[in-house]
Ligand binder design. Structure first.
Ligand code: FES
Length: 257
């Protein structure tokens, strides 16, 4: 884990209110693994750093991308950065997804902005000769910028709330059609999506890893602000996660954000 100053490479609104920020930060990019996150200092007025999943890494492993929705002062500040400006960054943090070297097919499930860490995982899977199906639940539109960050052989299937793209409905409705061939399932999305997945008989015997989003203070295990209840006792999302085995989490005890 390093706390350093990164440089903004580019920032672009890729969907309504959703931004992709590329940062030049070679020390962190070179060490990052799919499912890990970084903490970004969002200006001098925002004391708390903002945790964001690592969305992708460039070929040279010098730059990393994060994807975020503007939901407050900190993310608004981030969305207004210009190339060359500096942002303090801490990372890479947490335990990411654990892709088995034996897996030949994986299923990725992303709900909304939860799609953020999955392209990086798809890229590593592709390097491991593992094929990927990705189910992406969006509001109403596809996102070319996210698609461009996926390996070309990714089987990408959309659902949308209004049916304008892909199948109408929540992303979880597609899982029964695609779970069977997957050696592992990896998900990122809101707690209600996970609660629904945890009840699916199709996933009962599948290894499913989920990335949790909670409020975070420090991001590295010092404040206990991100503690959750699991079957193995209390865990800190920032340090023990953010990725957990789905069946380990006590979903009824987890608050929605
Ligand atoms: Fe401080 Fe997890 S955010 S312990």
């Amino acid at each position: 884990m390093k706390q350093i100053t990164s440089r903004v490479f580019s920032v672009k609104e890729v969907m309504d209110g959703v931004f992709m920020l590329w940062l030049k930060t070679p020390l962190i990019a070179a060490k990052a693994k799919p499912g890990q996150f970084v903490m970004l200092q969002c200006g001098k007025d925002n004391l708390l750093r903002r945790p964001l999943s690592i969305h992708n890494i460039n070929e040279n492993k010098t730059n990393l991308a994060v994807l975020f929705a503007v939901i407050g002062k900190g993310t608004k500040w981030l969305s207004q950065r210009k190339p060359g400006e500096s942002i303090d960054i801490l990372g890479p943090l947490g335990n990411g997804y654990n892709l088995s070297p034996e897996s030949r097919e994986i299923l990725l499930v992303g709900g909304g902005i939860g799609i953020a860490p999955l392209p990086f995982l798809a890229k590593i899977a592709s390097e491991n000769k593992c094929s990927t199906t990705m189910l992406a639940g969006v509001k109403s539109t596809a996102c070319a910028d996210i698609e461009n960050n996926l390996p070309h052989n990714t089987n990408l299937i959309y659902t949308s709330e209004n049916g304008l793209i892909g199948v109408k409905g929540l992303v979880t409705i597609l899982i029964p059609n695609y779970f069977e061939k997957a050696d592992q399932v990896f998900a990122c999305g809101p707690a209600p999506m996970y609660r629904s997945m945890a009840k699916m008989p199709q996933l009962k015997d599948k290894p499913v890893q989920v990335s949790l989003e909670t409020r975070m203070g420090c991001g590295f295990g010092a404040c206990y602000g991100c503690t959750i209840k699991t079957k193995q006792g209390l865990k800190q999302v920032c340090k023990d996660g953010p990725v957990f085995e789905m069946n380990d989490v006590l979903w009824d005890e987890l608050a929605d954000l």
